[in-house]
Ligand binder design. Structure first.
Ligand code: BDP
Length: 336
């Protein structure tokens, strides 16, 4: 049983021979392992580059025994598929948004609530502090996740873009078909703001925008720019209705077969990646904004009075989902 599972992780021929020769489990743990990682974004995107850099650190610290092979650009499918593959151990690292994790571990949904964070620095303070650690621990402890939560990453704030017209007020959003990530909270949020929320994978989105299956979507500037969505949806309105961190998860099936030392090393370099990614993020966000403006995109800022209307509009979402997170929300709000 152990043998078959170990082989399933892809430890290779040398490991298989060592096992056949009766090598013990700790000796097995010393075998070379290539850990597969995946991301929807391409090389050059902050989350991808942070994981690649983390892999280099692992290699250096283990003399090449542990390394990371990155499969970027949705090569292994959208985030739903990535999660499923990590759960069965077909890959080890998945860098995903907290959005699609909410339906699996409900507590995480507190980060998916509209306007739950005051701003991006507030979100970063929360994920860097005890609440962030607790939420990772909850993800890891949850029997249905089959994942280990390693660290958070910054994904800025999400704002609405569309191909039809400049959205300057909440009324302009009325009736527009807007793609949201696969989580009922997001569809409800868009509907509450007056749009028509449609759940869809990120991997389907460019085509859906291009063919008019949806009128728009919502995302942070780097995703809007890097995914080339700005080429097919030219109006970008800074609604900043969702500030959702990214999360780096590890397959529990693989984790349970690693030595305590390797687990500790993998955790340590991931924690470091959380801070390193943030630097890359800040640079990329500024660059993406400059690029889309240069491409002629109309970037519409929301006056505070208008933003308040968006905040007020999502009250039904808070009424529907908020009660169960009330204590946590209080603690989040208390973070300064
Ligand atoms: C991006 C996230 C990515 C999500 C994507 C989406 O980095 O993880 O898959 O949004 O909208 O900002 O699906």
């Amino acid at each position: 049983m152990i043998r078959r599972e170990m082989l399933g992780v892809g430890l290779g021929l040398a490991a298989a021979l060592a096992m056949a020769a009766g090598a013990s489990l700790p000796a097995m743990a010393q075998q070379k392992m290539v850990l597969k990682a995946t991301d929807v974004h391409p090389v050059g995107y902050p989350t991808v580059d942070a994981v690649i850099a983390m892999g280099k650190k692992l290699e250096a610290a283990t003399g090449g025994r542990l390394s990371i092979q990155m499969f970027p650009s949705m090569q292994l499918g959208g985030e739903k598929e990535m999660i499923e593959q990590a759960q069965v151990g077909a890959l080890q690292y998945a860098r995903i948004s907290v959005g699609p994790m909410g339906p699996i571990v409900d507590e995480l949904n507190v980060f998916n609530m509209p306007f739950v964070f005051r701003d991006i620095p507030h979100m970063n303070k929360v994920i860097d502090g005890p609440i962030g650690d607790e939420m990772l621990a909850k993800l890891t402890a949850s029997p249905q996740s089959k994942l280990v939560g390693l660290c958070w990453m910054d994904a800025g704030a999400r704002s609405v873009y569309n191909s039809k017209k400049p959205i300057k007020s909440i009324d302009d959003l009325k009736g527009l078909k807007i793609r949201m990530m696969g989580n009922p909270i997001f569809v409800d949020t868009m509907n509450a703001m007056g749009g028509n929320g449609i759940a869809m994978g990120f991997d389907q989105l460019y085509n859906a925008l291009q063919t008019g299956v949806v009128d728009g979507a919502e995302n942070n500037p780097p995703s809007y720019e890097s995914g080339k969505h700005f080429q097919v949806a030219k109006y970008y309105s800074l609604t900043e209705h969702l500030i959702i961190p990214e999360i780096l998860v590890f397959s529990k099936a693989t984790w349970d077969k690693l030595s305590k030392e390797d687990q500790a090393l993998i955790s340590k370099v991931a924690k470091e990646a959380q801070q390193e990614q943030r630097k890359l993020w800040n640079e990329r966000e500024a660059k993406s904004m400059a690029m889309i403006k240069q491409a002629g995109i109309e970037v519409i800022t929301m006056p505070p009075a208008e933003k308040k209307k968006f905040q007020a509009a999502v009250k039904p979402v808070w009424d529907k989902y908020g009660a169960k997170y009330a204590d946590l929300v209080k603690r989040i709000q208390a973070v300064n």
